[in-house]
Design a protein around this ligand. Structure first.
Ligand code: F6P
Length: 308
């Protein structure tokens, strides 16, 4: 059965490139003869029926902007059967055949529950595309927004280096990544950090301490999810260890900088825009071929479709 209508949404934490993704989906869909609807505010908007028909021009002049024009949310209500039933009714009322969602692992879990063949509330097709700065979606080498976040954090650290070098000051820089050290690793390499602390490996504070003692000014990158407990906690531990017992005047010269949500904003890099566009068109093509409960990924530079 040929599909006629698709809906596109962004979900979970936003990531730079989501607008390029929306643009790509809307325009590819329209060019292929489909009606395309935009869902505002992620799963919560789907429950509240915030669906709007998109035109070719409705996605004009957004490719260069961070954030998402459709907005996004983390919906608790969609985790309930009642919430998902409301969402399904809204899609059915408009005759939507396929839902394409750009988000992270939480958003994928939502799609899976929603369209599960036995227990799901919706009978239409669902396709996930990976959008998160964390790069923590299984089955894809890269997620939309990861590259921009690396560059944003790297540029911030370049600036910290200027002042760090002038004052012989060490910096402990916290980057995002609740469960995944990909962003911290990439940022650490790109900005020449001597230590990168990530959730996947045990942190050796003595090694970090040695590095601080050996270098005039040092950059330590720590993922927010590192088991030590983040940049401020690390600073506390290091300060205690750095100062000889009983020495009151000891004042090690290091500072903490938590980059936080800055990493989620900003104009997407060319790489993220291209990734977003190619994934969007691929998702539309796969929807037309009848794919469901599927995810789009990129593996060794090839677009792939795999099971959610
Ligand atoms: O999942 C993406 C992410 O940016 C994580 O790196 C971070 O831990 C989290 O979102 C922050 O979420 P919120 O904006 O809801 O605080």
């Amino acid at each position: 059965m040929a599909i006629k209508k698709i809906a596109v949404m962004t979900s979970g934490g936003d990531s730079p490139g989501m607008n390029a993704f929306i643009r790509g989906t809307v325009r590819a869909g329209i060019k292929k003869g489909l009606e395309v609807y935009g869902i505002y505010e992620g799963y919560q908007g789907l429950i509240e029926n915030l669906l709007v028909k998109m035109s070719y021009d409705s996605v004009c002049n957004i490719i260069q902007h961070g954030g998402t024009i459709l907005k996004t949310s983390r919906s608790k209500e969609f985790m309930t059967v009642e919430g998902r039933k409301k969402a399904a009714a809204n899609l059915d009322a408009l005759g939507i055949d396929a839902l394409i969602c750009c988000g992270g692992d939480g958003s994928y879990a939502g799609l899976k529950a929603f369209a599960n063949k036995e227990t799901g509330e919706w009978k239409g097709q669902v396709i996930g595309t990976p959008g998160t700065i964390d790069n923590d979606v299984k089955g894809t080498d890269y997620t939309i927004g990861f590259d921009t976040a690396i560059n944003t954090a790297m540029e911030a650290i370049d600036k910290l280096r200027d002042t760090g070098d002038s004052h012989n000051m060490h910096f402990i820089v916290e980057v995002m990544g609740r469960h995944c050290g990909d962003l911290a690793n990439a940022v650490g390499i790109a900005s020449g950090a001597n230590n990168v602390l990530i959730p996947e490996t045990p942190t050796n504070v003595d090694e970090v301490l040695k590095s601080l003692r050996d270098h005039g000014h040092d950059i330590i990158v720590i993922a927010e999810g590192d088991e030590i407990g983040g940049a401020y906690k690390l600073a506390e531990i290091l300060k205690e260890k750095y100062c000889p017992v009983g020495e009151k005047e000891c004042n090690p010269n290091f500072r903490v900088c938590v980059l936080g949500h800055i990493q989620r904003g900003g104009s997407p890099t060319a790489r993220d825009r291209i990734l977003a566009h190619t994934m969007a068109e691929f998702a539309v093509d796969k929807a037309l071929e009848g794919a469901t409960l599927s995810a789009v990924g990129i593996k060794q530079d090839n677009l792939v479709l795999y099971s959610l």
